[in-house]
Design a protein around this ligand. Structure first.
Ligand SMILES: Nc1ncnc2c1ncn2[C@@H]1O[C@H](COP(=O)(O)OP(=O)(O)OP(=O)(O)O)[C@@H](O)[C@H]1O
Length: 307
């Protein structure tokens, strides 16, 4: 049986009095593309750093393809893009890529590496002359230089514009299609929704939801009903409504049971102009799951099948 790409069991990371990660379990199968979502300070970077062997677990253990993190990194099993990765500023891109490739036992074929990461046109450029997005692409080329089965990316698109992000994620999909496992921490919910086949939401150092984007969305209770109304109107007392928000003349009701709420609304009002009934977005789910975690400080049920 092949080992999971990543197996985290009971991981706790403490920095002095601060517990950044609490008893976290996570298993990634080979070939999965997994988004790690969470608000600032949720424990994403601490988890990533433990996976890379950069911080020691205070409790629990991490295995990357069955190996200890340091061993896995040294064997070239893990490609990494960190938030504050450095590059030698005076060197040319081609030299840096060549040097890094040479340090691995099974480097990614040179030409293909430059094409896949869209760096071919930058090889003669000095590193300090790159734009933020170009720099990130070079960082990706270095992360892939050892042909790692697992790619770990901490907010990889933070410095990229919309177009660079789009092409970056196209590259990630190609890598996933070639069998690489990709795990990335992000604040961009739309990226997680579009790219990841699994979304893990972390809050307060714990996993609060784990499933496909659709499952995570479904785990945020309720739908929203939106329509236009006179701001003097009040909709208190409607069945199943848990929240009422106004923006000008547009009212949004959150409801646990849209059909019952709609029946009651239509019994009282002849017209509901611009009526829309929507499922929760990933952002709605994220806000409600992470808010619940902060309020209760205990993990809620995971969405979807535990893996
Ligand atoms: N080296 C450190 N020393 C002390 N506390 C730390 C250290 N690194 C992180 N922390 C704390 O641990 C908690 C989790 O931080 P972490 O960086 O893992 O979260 P994150 O989810 O990656 O946040 P962000 O999205 O802001 O990058 C925070 O309270 C943070 O202040």
């Amino acid at each position: 049986m092949t080992a999971p790409a990543l197996e985290i069991t009971g991981l706790t990371v403490r920095y002095g009095d601060v517990t950044a990660v609490h008893d976290l379990d996570l298993e990634l199968a080979a070939g999965e593309t997994v988004a790690l979502l969470g608000p600032n300070g949720a424990g994403k970077s601490s988890t990533v750093n433990a996976v890379l062997g950069l911080v020691p677990p205070s409790a629990g253990q991490v295995r990357v393809l069955g190996r200890r993190p340091r061993e896995a990194v040294e064997a070239g099993c893990v490609g990494v893009m960190l938030q504050h990765g450095g590059l030698p500023s005076q060197a040319r891109v081609g030299e840096v890529v060549r040097l890094v490739r040479r340090s691995f036992p099974s480097p990614w074929p040179a030409e293909d590496l430059l094409v896949v990461t869209d760096v071919a046109g930058l090889v003669d450029r000095r590193v300090d002359q790159l734009s933020g997005g170009q720099r990130q692409r070079v960082m990706l080329a270095l992360a892939l230089a050892g042909t790692p089965p697992l790619l770990v990316l901490d907010e990889p698109t933070a410095a990229m514009d919309v177009e660079s992000r789009r092409s970056f994620w196209t590259t990630m999909r190609e890598l996933a299609a070639r069998g690489h496992t990709v795990v990335f921490a992000t604040h961009h919910l739309e990226e997680a929704d579009a790219v990841a086949d699994r979304v893990v939401v972390v809050a307060g150092g714990r996993v609060v939801a784990d499933g496909s984007a659709a499952q995570v969305k479904a785990s945020a209770s309720g739908r929203t009903i939106r329509f236009t109304a006179d701001p003097a109107t009040r909709f208190g007392g409607l069945p199943a409504v848990t929240d009422e928000q106004w923006h000008g003349t547009s009212v949004t009701l959150r409801t646990a049971d849209p059909e019952t709420t709609l029946r009651a609304l239509l019994a009282r009002h002849d017209r509901l102009p611009d009526l829309e009934v929507r499922g929760a977005s990933l952002e709605d789910a994220f806000v409600s799951l992470t808010a619940a975690a902060v309020t209760t400080a205990t993990p809620t049920a995971t969405a979807g099948d535990p893996r």
